[in-house]
Design a protein around this ligand. Structure first.
Ligand SMILES: *Cc1c(COP(=O)(O)O)cnc(C)c1O
Length: 405
């Protein structure tokens, strides 16, 4: 059986210890066979409809479009998927593969807890054992999601190494996988890691783009001029981009976390900061990585945990180099403003990650004509972010009051 390309141009590949190669090869074979198996696809589609709630709607953002006075804005509503974000699409796809491989246990990593919740959810649905690795720093700041995972029957293992955040949790999950590879699958949460993960995750997220393309043609009668998505590891973006990448006239825009601003050094803009974002190898793949002069992984910052990662999926690195997609960033403050604008104009509370994409819409729509169309992927809902937002806005309001006095 010929398998999938292992690289995206010079990016991607399999930079892993030899002990993992059999597992990666098995995963690739199983994925290719499942992908070509109508019964697998039928089961996946059925659960997508009956459990996840797909297709998610396409919503015309009428008041936001009017307020910005330029392009017409449409939202792809991944916030309405079960568990509140696009992550469930990939988690459920991989969990069905686990069943097919005859394994009984999944390990996952999580930063904000969203991928951990999605993994715990599908493990409960399909009767799999689930262990989620999470840095102790993240456990402290994401308490409700830790409780959710436990309610769903997962074991949350605190990670105390390194910076005690996502990248260390990934290291621990990989370590567990190497040790228990006979009965365990590593359920990777974004379009990252060694081949075949970036391809598998893209395919399990590709219904976002497929549905959105059909919905645009059906409801609007045309394709969008511009598609905008936020980019953490890059799974929601690659999912929506994949529906339009062959439509040459459609511009693809990825939005990274600008944090406190590129100049501050406190951000996660892998493409946006040439002084730190360079080609390197991390977690099994070659891609753009934020690093210091010695090639050590740089510390990152973002108001949204889901975008706060030093590397980006290898397919995005290729799309950036060959200029099929363009990458920009939004700062914490811009994302927070966009969050509130969408709440007020559309009655939708977006995730802080998704708010980065909305921030780019706010910059771009007014420069476009009224007969032009923007599609923005609303990757998740903001309920998980309320504590962060209340703290930040609370401070803003206090500051406002102080200035007024
Ligand atoms: C995890 C997450 C992201 C970032 O991950 P990608 O793989 O880049 O999509 C974006 N939005 C939401 C709501 C998330 O939970």
């Amino acid at each position: 059986m010929t398998l999938l390309p292992t690289k995206f141009g010079i990016y991607g590949g399999q930079f892993v210890p030899e002990t993992l190669m059999p597992a990666l090869i098995e995963l690739e074979r199983e994925f290719v066979s499942a992908h070509n198996d109508p019964a697998f696809n039928a089961e996946f589609d059925k659960l997508m409809a009956s459990f996840v709630g797909r297709p998610t709607p396409l919503t015309y953002a009428k008041r936001l479009s009017e307020k910005l006075g330029g392009a017409q804005i449409y939202l792809k509503r991944e916030d309405l998927a079960h568990t509140g974000a696009h992550k469930i699409n990939n988690a459920l796809g991989q969990a069905l593969l686990v069943k097919r491989m005859g394994k009984r246990r999944i390990v996952a990593e999580t930063g904000a807890g969203q991928h951990g919740v999605a993994s715990a959810t599908v493990a409960a649905l399909l009767g799999l054992e689930c262990v989620v690795y999470m840095g102790v720093v993240d456990i402290a700041r994401q308490e409700p999601n830790v409780f959710r995972m436990k309610l769903l029957g997962a074991e949350v293992r605190p990670v105390t190494s390194g910076t005690q955040t996502l990248k260390d949790a990934i290291n621990e999950a990989i370590r567990d996988w190497v040790t228990n590879v006979g009965d365990t699958h590593y359920l990777l949460g974004s379009a990252l890691g060694p081949h075949p993960y970036p391809t598998i995750v893209r395919e399990f997220q590709s219904m976002i783009g497929r549905e959105a393309r059909e919905q645009m043609l059906r409801d609007v009668g045309r394709l969008p001029d511009t598609v905008i998505a936020c980019v953490g590891g890059g799974s929601n973006a690659i999912g929506v981009f994949s529906g339009f990448v062959n439509d040459e006239g459609v511009e693809l825009i990825g939005v990274e976390a600008g944090g406190s601003g590129i100049a501050s050094g406190k951000h996660a803009a892998r493409f946006g900061d040439p002084s730190k974002g360079r080609v390197g190898v991390i977690h099994g793949t070659r891609t753009y990585v934020l690093q210091d002069e010695d090639g050590q992984i740089a510390e990152t910052h973002s108001i949204s945990a889901g975008l706060d990662y030093a590397a980006v999926g290898p397919e995005h690195a290729m799309l950036c180099d060959n200029e099929r997609a363009f990458y920009t960033s939004a700062t914490d403050a811009e994302a927070l403003n966009a969050f509130q604008v969408l709440c007020h104009t559309e009655g939708i509370i977006p995730a802080l990650e998704s708010s980065h994409a909305v921030a780019e819409v706010i910059k771009r729509a007014p420069t476009m004509r009224k007969d032009q169309v923007i599609l923005v992927n609303l990757s998740g809902r903001g309920d998980k972010d309320l504590n962060t937002v209340i703290k930040e806005i609370g401070e803003l309001e206090t500051r406002d009051l102080e200035t007024r006095d």
